[in-house]
Design a protein around this ligand. Structure first.
Ligand code: SAM
Length: 293
């Protein structure tokens, strides 16, 4: 308990001293996630769900499960893996279960505290969790990671500086694997129109989020095709796939049968997938001389 209080105190000190240097967007994210983690404090006792690691039962229609198919293909065992924006630690802990040597960080010290508790409970106290912003990954040496995993983080951060930092800390030829919320700018324009935002969205919101308050921070925005291009530009080779034409927009994600049809349709309309998808899953090797954006 005393050790936990000490770690907590140190983390808070680090953040306090850096608070003045946070950008308005980082500060807003920090404050939102501080309150969010307070509400989810009980999660510290919750074990990480591991069904996604079962090689015999896959869900290829689901973006997150498909992300893990790419992780398996990459063979994380023995590799040094970085998880930026690690939240409550689920992916960091699962990567450690797969044999990776994991470093992870988040802007929110409260989330990091929960992630550390869960990692210790799962038997992986060696995961190196830190508190820092993705735009300035101070403390990691250049070319120190074999792989970086990005899950629902890019839509919260400044993409050019985050990608510049990733290109610095990952070894040339190292892998970037990601699953991010995405929307093409043309669809976003429709989403922001008065008819959709004032009439259709409020009707759909209740059905999509099952009456619960959606987890959306004031500063987040889904990445678009221009931001995706910034991410892909640092890779020599990359493979990109889009998911969720209607899932999460017109029906909730827990309807597996609807998700399967949705996935079949987006595969059928592959040339238009970049315009229609609401999630993008990507992976590729970082270039030997990645362009600095
Ligand atoms: C949607 S959550 C995703 C968490 C985790 N990757 C997951 O999939 O469960 C976004 C996370 O990004 C963190 N975050 C927001 N802005 C950040 C920044 N500039 N640098 C690092 N982490 C940030 C938040 O604290 C939050 O934990």
């Amino acid at each position: 308990m005393a050790a936990r209080a000490k770690v907590w105190g140190e983390a808070m000190e680090n953040v306090r001293s850096e608070l003045l240097e946070l950008t308005p967007r980082q500060r807003s994210e920090y404050e939102f996630h501080r309150a969010h983690a307070e509400q989810r404090r009980g999660l510290a006792e919750d074990p990480v769900v591991v069904d996604i690691l079962d090689p015999h039962h896959r869900r290829p229609w689901n973006a997150y499960w498909s992300l893990y198919d790419r992780i398996f293909e990459a063979g994380p065992s023995g590799k040094r893996v970085l998880v930026p924006g690690s939240g409550f630690g689920d992916d960091a802990i699962r990567l450690a279960m797969l044999g990776a040597q994991v470093s992870a960080f988040d802007l929110s010290p409260e989330s990091v505290e929960i992630a550390r508790a869960r990692a210790a409970q799962a038997g992986y106290p060696d995961i190196d969790f830190r508190v820092m912003p993705s735009e300035a990954m101070s403390g990691y040496d250049a070319h120190s990671f074999d792989m970086v995993l990005l899950v629902d983080i890019l839509h919260h951060v400044d993409i050019p500086s985050t990608i510049r930092e990733i290109a610095r800390v990952v070894k040339p030829g190292g892998l970037i694997i990601g699953d991010e919320l995405y929307t093409h700018s043309a669809l976003q324009w429709i989403r922001e129109s008065a008819a959709v935002s004032k009439l259709l969205y409020p009707l759909m919101e209740r059905w999509i989020y099952n009456g619960k308050k959606p987890y959306i921070t004031p500063e987040e925005h889904k990445i678009d095709e221009t931001e995706l291009a910034i991410v892909l530009r640092v890779m020599d080779t990359c493979s990109v796939d889009f998911f969720g034409m209607a899932e999460g927009r017109l029906f909730p994600s827990h309807l597996a049968w609807a998700s399967k049809i949705d996935r079949a349709l987006i595969r059928l309309f592959r040339p238009a997938a970049k315009r229609l998808g609401s999630r993008v899953v990507f992976s590729g090797a970082i270039g030997s001389a990645p362009p600095v954006t």
